[in-house]
Design a protein around this ligand. Sequence first.
Ligand code: FAD
Ligand code: N01
Length: 527
Amino acid sequence: MRALDALVVGAGFSGLYMLVKLRQGGFSCAAVEAGSGVGGTWYWNRYPGARCDIPSMEYSYSFDPALEQEWEWTERYAAQPEILRYIEHVAERYDLARDIAFNTRVTAAEWNEERGRWRVDTDTGDKFDVQFLILATGALSEPRGIDLPGLENFAGPVLYTAKWDDGVDLAGKAVCHFGTGSSGIQAVATMADYVGHLTVFQRTPSYAVPANNRPLLPGEQDSAKATYQQMRAVARQSPLGFAAPPRPGKAREFAEGDRVQRLEEAWNAGTTGLLNAFEDLLFDEVSNEQAAAFARAKIAATVKDPAKARALTPHYPLGSRRLCSEIGFFETFNRPHVDLVDVRQDPVVAVEADAVITASGARHRADAITVATGFDACTGAIKAIAITGRGGQRIAEEWADGPRAYLGLAVAGFPNLFAITGPGSPSVLSNVIISIEQHVEWVARCLADMRASGKAVIEADADAEQDWMRHVDEVAQTTLFPRADSWYMGRTRDGGQVFMPYVGGVGSYRAKCDAVREAGYEGFRLS
Ligand code: FAD
Ligand code: N01
């Protein structure tokens, strides 16, 4: 059993920065990572076309100004291999690998009341005895998979975007693909260039904006670097963690010509631009519908077959499910070797050795099946660990009716446990790296403050937690997010839904966390 001040679970952007801060704070620490390398999302999601949809220069750490200046991004939106190289570079720069146990999954953690410490078990048999347990397990790291009748009969490979095996060559093959969210949209458009035949099985269509990706020009990168600190400062205080905040003005109050012109400009600016075109798109039904109709018209103008265009057109508010970034996705359906199956109209009834059969009797030939059906988002990776807190309570059971966490950081009944980008924090509704840095820095300061004041145990107060989750819900209800069935929603046992991320804004959330600390960790009990 290895004794440490703190154990970090996960070695993605969150876990690596947490290790840096713990070391800087003089805490004995280590990390445990299920994968064989660092990178988290960018280690696992090696599917064709994977890239970020936040400009590379913003989708990167801000805590090290020298790193910011040194690193050269090649594209406006970096692709997975480049982001992974960047994370590996950071791990090397800070010599982090020596404190990370790779190929090791944390399976259980139990709070010992008398000793005020966590005992942590792993699937390799390694055990840890730690004062603080920090879950940097990722909000999008527990894949959902797929349940198709007869899938076990399929003779070819089944590839999951969230655990992509890049050793399988799909060139010239007949591929049946499932899922058209952000991952599926990227994978479909890229695979269409080299597979022999592609059948896309769609359950829910997505709004998607052209990425307008391109190489970064040297001058452009230099001028951004000259003002990097100011850019980051704006992002930290902004609603969604971007340097460019929403443009002022309500869409519904603009004359049609002016409104369409502004939407067109935002469309051409790339993915994050569209929801920033007006300040009220996520709040006002009429304004949202105007922007949604604009996005729907783009699909109709691109996809030549009217039946396919109809099937690909969403009818929920724009942005209430994650807005996707695309490079040639809709054009893909004009290609003769690409078919679309709407599984709500024509569900899969059987999978055979070399085909997928749907209710209409259609037989879709398949040498390989690819799956991009998303994640058990926000809570999945935490619930997958058997975490036992005070009085034997299990986190998975406590969260069976939706997650509860004070500030998305800590859970009542589970002392000295922190979640990075946990449910109830801006997390997936922001530039996630900005949110990760804010959480990591808050936790590091908290541990240092505890050490300075001679405190050993911190625990969220149940009332403060309840008030916070009520606030998370109230804020969500002022937006259009609850109008769509999305992975932002957690499920309750009776089929109800709980909105999980905090939509009150990255800047205001940061101010709240700072105020809690300045008030002596208001809403926490320290002993
Ligand atoms: P992760 O990167 O998910 O890392 C968590 C790590 O914890 C994983 O490596 C996992 O193996 C490990 N782990 C989990 N459970 C255990 C366990 N029990 N034991 C040991 N290890 C464990 N966000 C953006 O802001 N902009 C984007 O453009 C963007 N693009 C994305 C594209 C894809 C394909 C996906 C899936 C997500 C994207 N995201 C994006 C969100 C992305 O997840 C975050 O930006 C960020 O990478 C999360 O970092 P993390 O370290 O918190 O979590
Ligand atoms: O997952 P998703 P994802 N047959 O849940 C459908 C980030 N990300 O991996 O909603 C057919 O969005 C499912 O339908 P439904 C980003 O935050 C970013 O694509 O269950 N389809 C849904 O449409 C993103 O939001 C980037 O009705 C089935 C789709 O599969 C998050 O990760 C890139 C099905 C899954 O979409 C998750 O994205 C990639 C079935 N049996 C990821 N079961 C960037 O570009 C489910 N579906 C930044």
